[in-house]
Design a protein around this ligand. Structure first.
Ligand SMILES: Nc1nc2c(c(=O)[nH]1)N[C@H]1C(S)=C(S)[C@@H](COP(=O)(O)OP(=O)(O)OC[C@H]3O[C@@H](n4cnc5c(=O)[nH]c(N)nc54)[C@H](O)[C@@H]3O)O[C@H]1N2
Ligand SMILES: Nc1nc2c(c(=O)[nH]1)N[C@H]1C(S)=C(S)[C@@H](COP(=O)(O)OP(=O)(O)OC[C@H]3O[C@@H](n4cnc5c(=O)[nH]c(N)nc54)[C@H](O)[C@@H]3O)O[C@H]1N2
Ligand code: SF4
Ligand SMILES: [Mo]
Length: 676
């Protein structure tokens, strides 16, 4: 019998991206007998993925087979101020030593001396979520996962309760599409075919963004507003909706509460005042409001971009209330989309050991990691997984300094030799999504995904869950949920009688791989109200525009936005040379010609960017894609790819948003100084 050299399997993409694609992955057997990922594309039969993977993840095989991928447990042999020297050790040696040191801390300083730190490197419910159970069984501090979405989540909850979204397959029905604070062509690329279909059917596309990103260039119209002024623009639109009678009064009467409050707040936002605050002209504001007021259905896709400001939660909330005034929620393809995750009504009562959280457990906001790693905060060990805080966390310079403390045990579970891993005492090699089984939800569509472990784990890589269970055994933990298998997890989370999950069984998920939630063909979640305490969409308290506390000033006259790059997924893929090349070889700071002139900067020369937090050096690109007073660096590049070895987050602050304790990456104020 001959063994086929290649085979194709279908797997769900595990990355932190709304698209949660179903991928067609080719596995090829090498001469050593080991199968490896050799090619990756989209499943042509999947209604959302539609046969293509994005410009980043087509390169996942290069990442999985990367020569520097850690394949064995590594122990650091030298000081963290020096380039790391690693020794390969056995799993037993690593786990025994880590468990002994954690046990020592638990016995002498208590569970509050151990910090778990993680984010959404994998969105898998087992390897991303359930693995926290070990720490909950130990009683260590709760980590509030605020780096990305909580400002938006909280803002949405105030108005609408549960997060539901317009089904992407309905977007083609919209006749006005507003892409507001999202670079969807890069960050939600499987929306693009629906945008194109809508446009073919006559829809107009408007982008609202402080700079001309790919999406704004694709749109029919770009409203280049000042950063942090979205509530003003939304209130300006509402002013016109009320003034011209463009509101859906039947919808407002049946489905909302708090209308008068909102009407009053909008009353003062004349097009002229809106123009003054947003930097748009009164004519543009009027015209935009007219389009929104007179086009049904209007679909507004909001991104998290506008939330990453001090008042970002309120800004987003203001925008999301617009479709409640126009009644778009009653039209197929109309309404708003932030996240679809609320539709996944899984039984989460014991997922991640949620039932083990003890009353009074202290919380750490993950945006404040730099502070938590100061010696005074009292942590003696940190276990980091699914996350790369040395690059992505605010105030990354201080994060690195904290991780480099010799008295802090740093354990990093990783698939790549990230800059966080390079600061570890132990690097524990992790499997990828093709090498472990898992279950996936999505925040951009309505399909559950299940992955079998299709590939044998290379080297001695192990799933996060295996590592946590090995540590749990050594620490004497008997709580059964810590030891769940994926089958246990599937059985548990599907134990619910919620209609969205009717007919979805573990067997079906395993057989079909991708299964749409049991939603009606026409899903209009807010057509008659919302899952809020009042049962209605809550328009009150009315959102207000607020000037940022950290306003631009003479010392720091430029606002710096640092949104995602097209070819990276946060810092994932930042180690691939071809994708670095595709992004211009090194990070660039985009500076408007007026600012370049004002600060003496030249195209292709270096500038020093200084904020109140730190300083970095970046190559300048003079371009009118941005606006005077606003500079942009796309992508959280690895420091190793930057001319000075820094992450852009050396500049960003631990400041939290008004709602949800979120991150404020786009709120950074800098000065730009030529480097001669
Ligand atoms: N290619 C790619 N795709 C990704 C990612 C990636 O890194 N690369 N990351 C994934 C993750 S984790 C996330 S959270 C999403 C994020 O994806 P997005 O939501 O698209 O990204 P944001 O950083 O939130 O920024 C989006 C836009 O908001 C703009 N913006 C900044 N401030 C303001 C403001 O005050 N008002 C308005 N209207 N706009 C503003 C920025 O200029 C930017 O163009 O993308 C996911 N997909
Ligand atoms: N300046 C600035 N900073 C930002 C942002 C920004 O827009 N501007 N965006 C922010 C946002 S929205 C987010 S979501 C965060 C994202 O920040 P992170 O969640 O840290 O995202 P990544 O940098 O991609 O790192 C995820 C890591 O998880 C690892 N990983 C993946 N799967 C597994 C697994 O199964 N097991 C283990 N052990 N590891 C795994 C990957 O190898 C990768 O190194 O960054 C934030 N930082
Ligand atoms: S990163 Fe997003 S767009 Fe790319 S393959 Fe994964 S889910 Fe799809
Ligand atoms: Mo994110």
């Amino acid at each position: 019998m001959t063994v086929a050299a290649s085979r194709e399997v279908l797997l769900t993409c595990p990355l932190d991206c709304p698209d949660a694609c179903r991928l067609k992955v080719t596995l090829t057997r090498g001469e050593d007998g080991q199968e490896r990922m050799s090619k990756l594309t989209g499943d042509p039969t999947h209604p959302v993925t539609r046969g293509f993977a994005c410009a980043k993840t087509v390169h996942y095989p290069a990442r999985a087979n990367h020569p520097e991928r850690p394949l064995y447990p590594l122990k650091r042999m030298n000081a963290k101020t020096e380039a790391p020297v690693w020794q390969r050790v056995s799993w037993d040696e690593a786990l025994d030593d880590i468990a002994a040191r954690l046990r020592g801390l638990l016995d002498t300083r208590g569970p509050q001396s151990i910090l778990r730190y993680h984010y959404a490197g994998t969105m898998g419910l087992m390897e991303g979520s359930h693995v926290h159970a070990l720490f909950r069984a130990l009683g260590t501090p709760e980590l509030d996962e605020t780096i990305c979405a909580t400002a938006g989540t909280e803002a949405w909850a105030m108005g609408y309760g549960t997060r539901y979204a317009v089904d992407p397959q309905d977007v083609a029905h919209a006749r006005l599409i507003v892409l507001w604070g999202i670079n969807s062509l890069s960050t939600n690329s499987h929306l693009t075919p629906h945008l194109t279909a809508a446009r073919k059917a006559g829809a107009r596309i408007v982008a609202v963004d402080p700079y001309r990103n790919r999406t704004a260039a694709f749109a029919d119209e770009h409203l280049k507003l000042r950063p942090g002024t979205d509530a003003a623009l939304a209130l300006g639109v509402m002013h016109e909706l009320f003034a011209h009678g463009w509101t859906d009064d039947a919808y407002l009467a049946e489905a909302t509460v708090g209308l008068e409050d909102l009407r009053q707040a909008a009353a003062e936002w004349t097009p002229e005042r809106t123009a003054e605050v947003t930097g748009l002209s009164a004519e543009v504001v009027r015209d935009f409001a007219r389009q929104v007021g007179t086009t049904r259905p209007t679909y507004i896709r909001v991104g998290y971009g506008m939330t990453r400001h001090e008042h970002g939660g309120t800004n987003l909330r203001a925008v999301t209330l617009i479709p409640a005034l126009t009644g778009d929620w009653r039209h197929r393809g109309g309404g708003c989309a932030l996240s679809a995750s609320g539709a996944f009504k899984l039984n989460r009562t014991r997922l991640g050991g949620a039932h083990l959280i003890r009353p009074g457990t202290p919380h750490v906001n993950m945006n404040e990691l730099a502070g938590a790693l100061r010696p005074e905060a009292g942590f003696g060990a940190t276990v980091i997984y699914n996350c790369n805080p040395a690059v992505v966390a605010p105030d990354a310079g201080r994060v690195r300094a904290g991780l480099a403390r010799e008295d802090l045990l740093v354990v990093v579970l990783e698939q790549a030799m990230t800059e966080t891993a390079r600061l570890a005492d132990y690097v524990l090699p992790a499997t990828t999504f093709a090498e472990h089984p898992d279950l996936y939800t999505s925040y951009g569509h309505h399909h559950l995904g299940y992955n079998h472990a299709e590939l044998q784990a290379p080297g001695e890589t192990r799933p996060n869950s295996w590592v946590m269970q090995q540590l749990a055994r050594r620490l004497g933990i008997t709580e059964p949920s810590v030891y769940w298998t994926v089958d246990d997890l599937l059985a548990e989370v599907l134990t619910t009688d919620h209609p969205h999950l009717a007919g979805i069984t573990p067997g079906r998920l395993k057989a079909e791989g991708s299964v749409r939630l049991n939603l009606p063909e026409l899903f209009l979640p807010y057509a008659h109200g919302a899952e809020t305490p009042s049962g209605k969409v809550q328009l009150s308290p009315a959102p207000q525009h607020r000037e940022p506390d950290a306003a631009l000033n003479a010392a720091y006259p430029v606002r710096l936005l640092t949104p995602p790059a097209h070819h990276f997924l946060n810092s994932t893929y930042g180690n691939l040379e071809n994708l670095n090349r595709a992004e211009g070889n090194e990070p660039h700071v985009l500076v408007h010609p007026d600012d370049a002139q004002a600060f003496g900067l030249h195209d292709a020369a270096y500038a020093r960017l200084e904020s109140e937090i730190g300083a970095v050096r970046r190559r300048v690109k003079v371009t009118d894609v941005t606006q005077p007073g606003t500079a942009v660096v796309e992508g959280t590049w690895w420091g190793l790819s930057a001319p000075d070895g820094t992450s852009i987050n050396e500049l960003t602050a631990q400041t939290l948003t008004d709602l949800g304790g979120g991150s404020t990456f786009h709120n950074t104020r800098v000065r730009l100084v030529p480097v001669t």
